[in-house]
Design a protein around this ligand. Structure first.
Ligand code: SF4
Length: 390
């Protein structure tokens, strides 16, 4: 019998500098306590799997995110993966992704990650235009990106993803088209294209409040969204989630695990974990989620003391779990699986959320049996559709 599919996330919180738009749990550092932090990750993994906190299932994906995981040495990544293979079963075709910053890698380092077991690299390219990189406060150059992507191929990486950001202050539709052309020329297997957002607490948000930055007008954002979708579709990249595009079969399995309610264990400072539960489990909780202390030093201290650094834990009610299944499912272009929803919660989705009738009438969602999905119009106001399920 095959064990339950699970996903593992490993958070590396250090970066060379803090980008002004970034609201991730990341910290600028010139040096970082790599061995001590890796020790903490290993202790947290052992605690979670041996104390029954997290099921010892079969990992179908492992994701090193951050922060800038490519700052860590390949030997550290190898050490973490070796232990993961002991604490969990790794699927034969496990997807192992590492996020990389173009300015931090060369071919030797990338080959080291591949030798450690990494089989997918996700590069934070953001733009191929120097003025837009400057506007985003990125430290890497266009040349760094081109060099790093070439080095990744030379190191044997066959599954490459690029992150792009559009609607950057000062960016025109032609700039956006030029970025897409460069990305398509490089022929990665996967592209994530995000509309720049101004998150509270970031330096960019403060600049916006102080009138020091001129955000892209909404019509331009919408035009760029359509341009991204159309250009990528023309070149064989299907939109499978609001901001994610892939060649056939190259969808990010790790993100799909989040959207589909697969149990995931997040290791590291500020990481989130989730273990779902079905109605058949005879429980009032429909799942448990927790996160860990955000400050890396406090996280390491807590792990050293007890093996655990949980900051908050929450049991999901049936109503919460049903809402979450909907808005997470709607992120994917295929939509929410209606049969799975009914099997998990013992009720059809249209009965659980009668307001779906209004969303249908407004043209924001559509039935594509056996799924309910966002329409193109719904994609543009996805956050408000999601909020209606919360
Ligand atoms: S490199 Fe990435 S994680 Fe680090 S500060 Fe910039 S956007 Fe945030």
């Amino acid at each position: 019998m095959t064990s339950q599919a699970v996903a593992l996330y490993v958070h590396i919180p250090y970066c060379l500098a803090k980008c002004p738009y970034c609201d991730f749990n990341s910290y600028a550092a010139r040096v970082w306590p790599e061995d001590a932090y890796a020790d903490a990750l290993l202790a947290e993994l052992a605690h979670a799997t041996r104390e029954g906190v997290f099921p010892r299932g079969t990992a179908t994906s492992i994701f090193f995110g951050g922060g800038t995981p490519s700052l860590f040495a390949p030997r550290t990544i190898a050490r973490l993966l070796e232990r993961a293979a002991r604490e969990l079963t790794l699927a034969d075709d496990v997807e192992i992704t590492l996020e990389a910053n173009p300015g931090t890698v060369d071919e030797e380092r990338l080959a080291g990650f591949v030798a450690a077991g990494v089989n997918r690299l996700s590069f934070g390219i953001q733009s191929f235009r120097p003025e837009l990189l400057l506007a985003l406060g990125r430290r890497h150059s266009v040349e760094d990106s081109v060099r790093a992507l070439g080095a990744a191929r030379a190191a044997g990486v066959r599954n490459l993803s690029l992150d792009l950001i559009y609607a950057v202050p000062g960016e025109s539709l032609d700039d956006c088209a030029a970025d897409l052309e460069r990305a398509i020329e490089i022929a990665p297997e996967h592209v994530s294209a995000y509309n720049l957002t101004y998150e509270k607490g970031t330096a960019l948000y403060r600049e916006l409040q102080e009138g020091r930055v001129d955000p892209a007008p909404e019509e331009l954002e919408v035009a760029m969204f359509h341009l991204v979708r159309d250009r990528l579709a023309d070149h064989g990249y299907a939109q499978y989630e609001i901001s994610n595009y892939a060649q056939h079969g190259r969808e990010a399995r790790h993100n799909q695990a989040y959207w589909r309610g697969t149990p995931y264990l997040g290791l590291g400072a500020g990481a989130h974990s989730f273990v779902p539960r079905d109605a058949s489990d005879d429980a009032t909780s429909y799942g448990t989620r927790w996160d860990t202390l955000r400050d890396p030093n406090r996280y390491m201290e807590a792990i050293r003391a007890t093996g655990c650094a949980v900051a908050s834990r929450e049991e999901l009610t049936r109503t919460q779990a049903m809402g979450e299944a909907c808005w997470l499912g709607l992120r994917e272009r295929r939509g929410v699986d209606l049969d799975r929803f009914a099997a998990r919660f013992g009720t059809p989705l249209r009965d659980a959320f009668p307001h779906v009738g209004q969303l249908l009438a407004d043209g924001l969602v559509e039935w594509r049996e056996p799924h309910l999905r966002l329409t193109t119009q719904g994609l543009l106001v996805a956050d408000s559709v999601f909020a209606s399920f919360q």
